[in-house]
Structure formats: C-alpha cells, structure tokens
Design a protein around this ligand. Structure first.
Ligand code: IMP
Ligand code: MG
Length: 335
C-alpha cells in the first residue's frame, strides 16, 4: 500500500467511502488523511449502520487508524463535532492548524445566492463562500477556534513522517474529477480542484511520495445539481433500470450509462494506477452472490474487461453489494 490516494472518477458519489473503509480494515491502514470539504458525504456502513460522513475520514472503521484533516480542508465546526460524537474518534483525530472554517454566514450565502444555489445547485454547505473568504485572506483558521485546540497537529509533517517510515497511508479525496474547479464542467463544479494532485497538495504531500492512485467509478454515472451529463437518461428509464438514487442533500441524482471516454480522461489526469468499480450488482443483480471474479456472470465479466481495455489500468476492486466486505478484491492476482 504505502501511500495511496483515492479519488472519484466521475461526479462524486462513486462509493469512495465504502472502498476506503474496506481498505482501512483489510490493509490495516495506519493513517487516513482527508482532503476537501463537507459537501455531500461519504457513506460508510459500520456495525450495521450507514453513516454519512462529511468530515471524519472514512478510515475511522479501523480503530488503530489515525485520522487527519489536511490544511486544505474547510471545517464546518458543528458538523465535525457531531461526527466526532457519532464515531467516537476524538482520541485519534488530528486537525491541521491551517484548515479554514466554514462560518454560518457562508452557509447562508450558499443557500440564498441565486447563482450558487439557483444556477449551479450547490450542496448549500457554504464551501464556495468559505473558500472565497480564504482567498481574500480574511478566513478564520482551525487554530483560532477553541473547540478545535485539542486536535491541532502539523498534518503535513505527520503524514510525511509516516510515509518515510513505510507506514500504510491513505489520502482520501472527495467528489469526482468532473466536479473539479479546473478540470470539471465549469461553471457547474465545486469550489476546489478534486484531482489526486490536489488531494496531495491539500494534505501537504509531494508528488514523489505517492505509490498508488486508486480511482473509483460507479458502474453507471450519476450527477446531482446542474451541468452537462452526456447520454443522460430520462427519469423513467433511470427508475426502470433501478438506478434512481437520492443524494445526501435530498435531491434525485441524474444518471447515465458508464462513460468510457470520461473514465479514460479521469485516469490520465489523476495518473491512476488502478480502478475500483462499485455497484456492479445494480446492473447485474446476479453478482451479489459472487465471492470471487470467476463467480461473476459472464456479462458482468465482459463489462469489467471492456472497462479495463478502455481505461488501460486494472480494475482491482469490484463492489457487488452494499456491505463493507461485499467487494471482490483482485489485487493479489492483478498487481
Ligand atoms: P458545492 O461543492 O456545494 O459548491 O456544489 C457544487 C456542485 O458540485 C453541485 O452540482 C453539487 O451538487 C456538486 N457536489 C458537490 N459535492 C458533491 C459530492 O460530494 N457529491 C456529489 N456532488 C457534489
Ligand atoms: Mg456522496
């Protein structure tokens, strides 16, 4: 493992939370450091409960895993406090003093702006306005907040020291490539870059320290909020195929079939070394009972093989059900 970055390949909601929680347990991750901001949420099933995490790294499921928020993260303090309670991780959480703070006024701006809420369809948390404030250099930082004092640590140095010692470090990206401020479908994007490079930059890890970049795709493409979605299906067709999902913000996700071209582009821009494909069972229900690759139905195998041929990296992890271990792990045979 040593240092792996996990990113989303489409418009977020690819199932990064599930993949990261699996890796945290399976590979005994020592550190899980998160980039990004509150936004929609990473869903992790833990002890039978589905948790929607906006701030706590998904690696929390491994009780020995140190959890860090990099300097580029924007913190929503009440949400973070709520999640610390829910997950009971206060004693192993570290926050960089230079994380910036999302204030109430930012959320209000986000929710009431005709452009942000009305045109772009943001998640309404206030991430964009908080980043604006940071760019103006008037932002409050984590080090200014009394409640956050117990958690402050130099995240960049902690992560770099751990990598140098050969520990298993996972850097958790959020959202997906096509929501990137630079590489996405501007202006219908989030307020930050979402590439593997940006994840490293937000946490403070240089480009030579990363060993693997794992890109997560869902077996079909979804998008919530406004902006282009090539080959978008009509709502009736989405329902017919069983692809209708409700996002964390209560909105229905738009959907389209798997997009090989966009996936290939995402692999290139993230310099991805391996891919995960989640929710294969939604397309091919017979996958649910499969415990290994050979047991997958032929049509599911040809779909995975077509993806590999198009994106030109191996599909090492395949999600075949909602549970944290409903994953076919092909890493031993492929890498
Ligand atoms: P913002 O990041 O809240 O400013 O939202 C900008 C756009 O990105 C909107 O279309 C959101 O729906 C979308 N978006 C932001 N975060 C996520 C996410 O975590 N999952 C899916 N869509 C997201
Ligand atoms: Mg999500």
């Amino acid at each position: 493992m040593p240092c792996t970055v996990v990113v989303g390949g489409f418009w977020g909601d690819e199932g990064k939370g599930k993949i990261i929680s699996y890796l945290a347990l399976k590979d005994n991750i020592d550190i899980c450091a998160r980039a990004g901001s509150v936004n929609a949420a990473h869903t992790v099933i833990h002890e039978g409960k589905a948790l929607k995490l906006h701030m706590i790294p998904s690696g929390f499921v491994n009780k020995n895993c140190r959890l860090l928020l990099g300097a580029g993260v924007n913190i929503h303090v009440p949400q973070l406090m709520k999640e610390i309670k829910e997950t009971n991780v206060g004693d192993r959480l570290g926050i960089d003093p230079q994380c910036s703070i999302i204030e109430e006024k930012h959320s209000i701006q986000d929710k009431t702006s005709a452009h942000l809420k009305g045109v772009i369809g943001t998640t309404g948390w206030g991430v964009g306005p908080a980043i604006e404030e940071r760019v103006r250099r008037t932002a409050k930082l984590a080090k200014d907040i009394a409640e956050l004092k117990p958690y402050l640590t130099d995240v960049a140095m902690e992560v770099n020291n751990a990598i140098d010692k050969g520990k298993n470090v996972l850097l958790e990206g959020t959202q997906g490539l096509y929501l990137s401020l630079y590489h996405g479908t501007y202006p219908y994007v989030t307020g930050r870059d979402t590439t593997a490079s940006a994840v490293c930059s937000e946490i403070g890890v240089g480009p030579k320290k990363v060993d693997n970049v794992l890109i997560v795709f869902k077996a079909y493409v979804t998008r919530v909020g406004a902006g282009p979605l090539p080959n978008e299906l009509p709502r009736e067709e989405i329902i017919k195929r069983g692809w209708l999902e409700i996002s964390g913000t209560g909105r229905e996700r738009r959907a389209a079939p798997f997009n090989y071209e966009l996936a290939r582009r995402a692999v290139i821009i993230n310099s991805a070394t391996e891919a995960a494909v989640t929710k294969l069972d939604v397309i091919f229900p017979k996958c649910r009972s499969a415990k290994n690759y050979e047991e997958l139905p032929a049509e599911a195998k040809s779909f995975i093989e077509r993806i590999e041929a198009e994106i030109r990296i191996p599909v090492t992890l395949i999600g075949v059900g909602p549970g944290p271990f409903q994953i076919i792990d092909r890493r031993k045979s492929l890498i």
